[in-house]
Design a protein around this ligand. Sequence first.
Ligand SMILES: NC(=O)c1ccc[n+]([C@@H]2O[C@H](COP(=O)([O-])OP(=O)(O)OC[C@H]3O[C@@H](n4cnc5c(N)ncnc54)[C@H](O)[C@@H]3O)[C@@H](O)[C@H]2O)c1
Length: 290
Amino acid sequence: MPAVQTIAVIGAGIMGRGIAHAAALGGYRTILEDLLPNALRKAETEIRSNLDKAVELKKVTAADADSAFKRLEFAGSVEEAARQADLVIEAVPEEMESKIEIFTLLDKICRPTTILASNTSSLSVTEIASVTYRAKRCIGMHFFNPVHKMKLLEVVRALETDEDTLNTAVEVGRRMGKEVVVIKESPGFITSRINAMIGNEAFYMLQEGIASPADIDKALKLGLNHPMGPFELVDLVGLDTRLNILEYLHKSLGEKYRPAPLLVQYVKAGRLGRKSGRGVYEYPETPTTR
Ligand SMILES: NC(=O)c1ccc[n+]([C@@H]2O[C@H](COP(=O)([O-])OP(=O)(O)OC[C@H]3O[C@@H](n4cnc5c(N)ncnc54)[C@H](O)[C@@H]3O)[C@@H](O)[C@H]2O)c1
């Protein structure tokens, strides 16, 4: 199969922006697309600013940052973004219906050899791939937040994924500067399954009044050497994203993953984390969306 030259990223939220940043820096022509023009404008500003920070920290040369930025394009429709892509990475919200809608459309638009990847944190790539006529060319590429800093990429092999697709995804991941682990599809893969469990337990503790959020975070950082506390992390990830993952794990793996009622209540209240100005903690610098 021909090597990947052009990558389209569908969804320019927290993850899509970071994936586009890493792909452009890895030397790929990168086309980022979102339903919302505002999300694209925000992505462009944030990617430029993160590239500038990387130059200041001497992690990237100014010339490499500028060429990466030049390799970035922004598109207003999935058709425009994906038509010419060799690899499409989908990063729309964690809902099966949205993923299925995008993959159905991508299968119609893209060349037959184009690889369709999902950045899903927990959903079945096999199920997403089943709506296409190219299940062999579908795969999971699970990046971590913030993508331009986090080293790991979980490459998820779905039931029908072929060897060439797997090898290509691993090679692209490495060129994007990631350490890759390859796993057989299973709900929540390695990281989301363990992380969701820890984060959910923290919400049960908070609900039971065992300790304050700051003390629960402090205990995990200083006692267990976690780089971030579970509440700092869920505010970064998004409480809605975490709830979607837990609901899926609960449905597929059983009772021990039942989402803590307090997490459900926070999401209902619009406390989604940093992105909405308030999650477990408050972020006065971000305007609240409600
Ligand atoms: N947030 C995390 O820490 C994290 C980590 C790893 C993986 N993920 C996964 O990445 C995916 C995206 O998560 P996120 O946190 O970036 O979400 P997000 O809500 O920040 O961004 C999603 C973006 O997709 C856009 N969108 C929605 N429907 C679309 C469509 N039909 N076409 C084009 N764009 C569309 C939205 O406008 C939004 O900008 C999810 O599957 C999530 O589980 C998230």
